[in-house]
Ligand binder design. Structure first.
Ligand SMILES: Nc1ncnc2c1ncn2[C@@H]1O[C@H](COP(=O)(O)OP(=O)(O)O)[C@@H](O)[C@H]1O
Ligand SMILES: [Mg+2]
Length: 247
């Protein structure tokens, strides 16, 4: 499925729209001496966008790390159904803005999993990088240094790096935090298109507009799941007030 981002989604994939892609069952995870996720049981639906919503410290990034395979659960189960390894776009601050890399080189790193950093890029790699740059509308910025472009452009480069991996499960940690409305719109549009093209998208977000536009939400508080389902059911005024109340 190398050309996943350029081919229209096959009708068989549309038919699988509601299939569960990732299942968490009584999952606990955290850091040494710091348990975070507490008995999480949830499904991530395939070919849909899932928003992880919750205050700072509620465990959104930890959950993404678990699904990405970067953090191992301490108990419970995580099951993936099919597909390639997920592509993970970490929170912006987690990536050095001062790395001496061009925008293009940043996106090319998305191919390292396939090639290793020392191998020359193949034509197929270059095509995946071009498609990702193009999709995020940053082709003209490709030669620029990552440290010289705006925050929104840098974020698009990091998302393009995730797309270049051509996974069918894309995990994004607060992809629109701190961006202006135009950049947010652009990214939201890209994510919608990706789902249409056969990708399952999970994003942690503080942006309630983005969360309301998702197909499903998981609402977290203090490492526990306090809501799961369509945004209009989960992100009620009462639920949000409750979750954001000081503990
Ligand atoms: N690397 C780490 N080591 C220890 N504790 C961590 C680490 N990363 C996050 N935490 C703690 O885990 C909890 C959940 O954090 P996190 O998953 O980042 O929440 P969120 O993304 O919702 O803000 C917080 O209390 C945070 O301080
Ligand atoms: Mg976080």
């Amino acid at each position: 499925m190398k050309t996943m981002f350029t081919k229209p989604v096959p009708s068989s994939a549309r038919g699988r729209r509601q299939a569960v892609r990732v299942r968490l069952d009584g999952l606990c995870a955290g850091y040494p001496g710091r348990p975070v996720l507490d008995q999480l049981t949830a499904d991530i639906t395939g070919l849909a966008t899932t928003a992880l919503v919750g205050p700072n410290g509620s465990g959104k990034s930890t959950l993404l790390g678990v699904v990405a395979g970067v953090i191992r659960p301490t108990s419970g189960q995580l099951r993936h159904h099919g597909g390639r390894p997920p592509a993970f776009v970490p929170q912006r601050g987690a990536v050095g803005d001062t790395l001496p890399l061009s925008v293009r080189q940043t996106v090319e790193m998305g191919r390292w999993g396939e090639r290793g950093p020392w191998r020359r890029l193949t034509r197929q790699d270059r095509a995946a990088v071009d498609a990702a740059l193009d999709r995020l509308g940053i082709g003209d910025l490709a030669p620029r240094q990552l440290g010289e472009v705006s925050g929104g452009q840098r974020q698009r480069a990091l998302i393009a790096q995730g797309l270049a991996q051509e996974s069918d499960l894309l995990l994004l940690d607060e992809p629109t935090t701190g961006l202006d409305p135009e950049a947010r719109e652009r990214i939201a549009g890209v994510l919608t298109d990706l789902v249409r093209d056969g990708v399952t998208v999970v994003q942690a977000t503080h942006d309630l507009r983005a969360a309301r536009a998702a197909d499903t939400c998981l609402l977290l508080r203090g490492g526990r799941l306090v809501g799961q389902g369509p945004p209009q059911d989960v992100l009620t005024t009462e639920a949000l007030a409750e979750v954001w109340q000081p503990a």
